[in-house]
Design a protein around this ligand. Structure first.
Ligand code: FAD
Length: 731
């Protein structure tokens, strides 16, 4: 007995210690285990090296069809009909050409109608086009402006589950909200895996003012980590006041108790959008931007069977654009805030389902935030949430949320800009002045909140996306968020296959998007594989690719880093299209703007390989200059227009049109009103920075120091020192 008692006295502590050790070890392992960070592993396709005889072999990539070829394909679809499933032929009366005609057309696959025509080239539309193309469907997408010209280029750039949605889910015991967060967290990981060059992890700080808030936010962020499960990468952590200030020195010290840091994704939204369009094009989709849908066509039984379109580029060239018809078995409306305008083309008296809400962002210089740490203010003065994030070297702050009307290029309201600045000031140290003049760009995006037309009138707006089909077969996908574009596309294509009786097929001849024999792990067997289909540029990308670019082509390091994150492995092509500088170093790449790492080769690449058709396509969606600094974008316009004119053979009239439309566009990106009338000559002679305008009073950056250099005294008051004493603008 005594021996047993002694044994258990020894064993019990041993068991407790071992148990505690195991639990502690498991906890430590889960916190400090090595993470599989997208882009950190070696590239799927290694960078090029020297081949036989020491010859350098740059990578060579497949090209998508040209815009003209794509338009020809669109036109061919309205040739003689064939190939439609019997269900479709019967249902929509396409058999009218007779069996003979149909059989003849059968031989010309190109002249068959599309399985699907997608209207709208934002995140939703391009996601659908890629999904459909990789399931072997014949798909076309038309976008009336540029890919991502709508809401999709104007997001907060977060790839996130949404910590604030989680908070609401918990407090309101809202299962749908909770499910939304979990789904978005899963999608976040796919996003980062399929486009590791365009997206990355970003630590985001939640400042804590009161000690009792710490356990609340700690539990919230840990729950967020937990929900992400194995899809998570870095886990959240607590920072004491001193560590919080070390990580974010701009933060106001008073009343600061500490901070919690959690991780989310951030991305380059419009480049992601363009990459989706280009990847879909490589997989065989017909994607055409600047092609507007002006009407929908129905057969005798009232089912939709096509759309009328016009080429907006023909009009920009001063010619009348002839409308033509694209035939498709199914039409998908993915027009975001414009959802109702397309629904009305189908049924003019239909009740509207979109409640548009404006979200404004401002861009401030990068010195307002640390280079790799964002901040969220979960409790602004009126309860809205504000993000304050580093983005492309600058700081992005936003967003507001207020009811609006739907317009094409909405302008950020002065009151909304002021509200954001006021909220930021509450968080930053009092000696850091946040001035209106520090706003380098400001834009407004329209959130298409949607109401389910099939739900009762009393039911509110759906918080996630909506997929709904009208009686005549218009399939609408709207709402949701950037992070879940892939899932929305999957659901829409599933629905389209059912609704239009389509047959998904294995892709036997998948393109070599990687430029080599290396393929994705995705078995393209007709099922949805977009969670594994890597986007154009992803295969050869790694976080060290820029070094190869610097070593082989003599590109500046800052520029090489930027090119690799914007174009992935296609940075090789961009670099090769960049002009030699005729200097010892850098060897290639002339900057478009002295302030940013954008170079001439990008303009050529975007025209040749990304369907850029206007100067705004380049300065806003391909390179992000217009979003980062509206005045720098204005100053870069002459070079961009000249390079595009060379590539696209523009005459002087078209160049003048480009000037006017691009400057007007910059007006929606925060370019001060006084600069909207500037001519190209004005800009070239340095009048963008001339003092005789409202801006003079906004800045203090030209204050005179107490010890003057001789060169200082040459500059009389009111003259612009930036452009030199002898400049015409200073006369
Ligand atoms: C301020 C703001 C911040 C946001 N931040 C985030 C975020 O951080 N993370 C996140 O996940 N989500 C975010 N979102 C949500 C996300 O941006 C949107 O859900 C998404 O971009 C919507 O994409 P879309 O393709 O449906 O719409 P859009 O991008 O607007 O695309 C619709 C397209 O249809 C085209 N079109 C319209 N009419 C026609 C026609 N007749 N013919 C041809 N084309 C036509 C338009 O030109 C447009 O390009 C944010 C939204 C807003 C407003």
């Amino acid at each position: 007995m005594a021996t047993r008692a002694r044994g258990s006295r020894i064993l019990r502590p041993l068991l407790y210690t071992t148990g505690a050790g195991l639990v502690g070890g498991a906890a430590l392992y889960s916190i400090y285990r090595p993470r599989d960070i997208p882009g950190l592993e070696a590239a799927q396709v290694p960078p090029p090296t020297y081949g036989e005889g020491g010859v350098f072999r740059p990578p060579s990539f497949p090209n998508a069809k040209s815009r003209e070829e794509q338009i020809a394909d669109l036109k061919r679809s309205s040739g003689v009909l064939s190939g439609a499933s019997d269900k479709i032929k019967g249902a929509i009366g396409w058999g009218s050409g007779g069996a003979g005609a149909a059989d003849a057309a059968e031989e010309k696959g190109a002249e068959e109608p599309y399985d699907l025509l997608v209207i709208g080239g934002g995140a939703t539309g391009t996601g659908i086009a890629l999904d459909a193309a990789t399931r072997g469907l014949k798909v076309a997408l038309v976008e009336r402006d540029d890919f991502s010209s709508g809401t999709s280029s104007k997001s907060t750039k977060l790839v996130h589950g949404g910590v604030r949605y989680l908070e609401k889910a918990v407090w309101n015991l809202d299962y749908n909200q909770y499910k939304l967060v979990v789904e978005a967290l899963r999608e976040r990981r796919y996003f980062l895996d399929t486009a590791p060059h365009l997206s990355q992890w970003l630590p985001i700080m939640i400042p804590i003012q009161k000690w009792w808030q710490a356990p609340y936010f700690w539990a919230g962020t840990k729950f967020y980590d937990f929900l992400a499960g194995s899809e998570n990468i870095e886990s959240s952590y607590f920072l004491t006041k001193s560590k919080a200030l070390d990580a974010f020195p701009m933060l106001k010290k008073d009343n600061l108790f500490g901070a919690l840091v959690y991780y989310d994704g951030a991305h380059n939204d419009s480049r992601m959008n363009v990459s989706l369009a280009m990847t879909a094009a490589l997989y065989g989709a017909t994607v055409v931007s600047h092609m507007e849908v002006t009407g929908l066509e129905k057969d005798a039984s009232g089912r939709l069977n096509g759309a009328r379109v016009k080429d907006c580029i023909t009009e920009l060239n001063g010619n009348k654009s002839e409308e033509f018809t694209i035939r498709a078995k199914g039409i998908i409306n993915a027009t975001g805030p414009f959802t109702d305008s397309i629904r009305k083309l189908d049924e003019p008296s239909i009740e509207e389902i979109v409640a548009p809400s404006s979200g404004v962002h401002v861009i401030l210089p990068g010195y307002f935030s640390p280079a790799n740490m964002g901040l969220i203010d979960p409790s602004t003065s009126d309860g809205r949430v504000i993000f304050f994030l580093p983005w492309q070297g600058n700081t992005i702050a936003g967003t507001t949320d207020s009811a609006t009307t739907v317009t094409r290029d909405p302008v950020a309201g002065e009151d909304e800009i002021d509200w954001i600045l006021k909220e930021i000031r509450r968080y930053l140290q009092p000696d850091i002045a946040v001035r209106r003049g520090d706003v380098l760009a400001a834009w407004s995006g329209i959130r298409p909140l949607v109401r389910d037309p099939k739900a009762g009138k009393t039911e509110g707006l759906v918080r996630n996306h909506l997929v709904t089909t009208s009686a005549s077969g218009l399939l609408t996908c709207a709402g949701g968020k950037w992070t879940t574009y892939r899932e929305m596309a999957e659901e829409t294509v599933d629905e389209a296959i059912k609704e239009f009786g389509l047959t998904a097929k294995p892709l036997t001849n998948a393109p070599r998007v990687s430029g080599t024999e290396v393929l994705d792990e995705a078995p393209l067997d007709g099922t949805c594989q977009t969670h594994r289909v890597r986007l154009i540029g992803a295969h050869g990308y790694s976080k060290t690719l820029f070094i190869n670019l610097v070593q082989h082509y003599g590109i500046e390091t800052e520029i090489a880093k930027y090119l690799c994150t914007a174009y992935g492995d296609r940075a090789w092509t961009v670099a090769s299209l960049s002009s030699p500088t005729e200097q010892r170093f850098p060897v290639r790449g002339k900057r478009i703007s002295e302030l940013y790492p954008y170079i001439d080769g990008e303009v050529r690449y975007c025209v040749r390989h990304e369907y850029a058709q206007t100067a705004a396509d380049v300065i806003a969606r391909r390179m992000r200059l217009a979003f980062l600094n509206a005045q720098a974008a204005l100053e870069a316009l002459p070079v961009v227009i000249d390079l595009m004119a060379e590539e696209l053979k523009w005459d002087s009239k078209r160049k003048e049109t480009e000037w006017k439309t691009s400057v007007a566009y910059l007006g929606s990106m925060g370019l001060p009103k006084s600069k909207l009338a500037l001519t190209r000559k004005d800009v070239e002679s340095g009048r963008v920075g001339k003092y005789a305008d409202e801006e003079y009073h906004l800045y203090a950056r030209h204050d005179k120091p107490d010890e003057l250099l001789e060169s200082d005294s040459k500059i009389p008051p009111g003259h612009n020192p930036v452009i030199g004493h002898d400049s015409k603008a200073n006369k």
